[in-house]
Design a protein around this ligand. Sequence first.
Ligand code: SAM
Length: 189
Amino acid sequence: MKVRDSGMPDETQWESFFNPELIVEKLFGKVILGNAAEFGCGYGTFTGAIARRTKGLIYAFDIEESMVERTNKRLKELKNLEVLRRDLEREGTGLPGAFVEAVALFNILHGQDPLRLLKEAFRIMSPGAKVAAIHWNYDPLTPRGPSLFIRPKPQDIQKWMLEAGFKISGSVLDLPPYHYGIKGIKPLI
Ligand SMILES: C[S@@+](CC[C@H](N)C(=O)[O-])C[C@H]1O[C@@H](n2cnc3c(N)ncnc32)[C@H](O)[C@@H]1O
């Protein structure tokens, strides 16, 4: 099922809200040693920045065929990218367990079942791998973002990450102008 309130404005407007290279670097560092996954890639706003840091393959998923096509089209030169249409809430990723070193959940944890997405991320991650979520600030003045009734606060995402089995890494990151980020790690044991 499509995550509630996850429609997008046009691409140019959406991409005016972020500096993807800076955000991805703050969350995952300069290099991801191994495979990566992105849950709900949308227009592919962050996919290139993740893929270019990823030594292995990156699997980008979206429920919308139009988003899969757009991401594929803009990043066709990347040889380490697979963009797949998939309902992550219903079907999960289909990837094997302990397969990736990084998972990005950007602007998607306001859905019906955020814990389910985080548990699927946990399943496919190797011990020591990094998970990162970003979301709109909990502020009625942001120019977009889901309704405040369903918009997660940083402490909600931290709580869900802990429930899914992750350790929280560092404090809440400010990602101006409108976002924050949370990092977690899959424990080694
Ligand atoms: C608000 S957009 C964020 C896109 C991207 N992560 C970003 O921050 O630019 C959420 C995306 O998740 C996708 N999505 C919603 N429900 C989904 C589901 N059940 N499985 C996979 N993708 C889903 C939507 O189609 C949309 O492209």
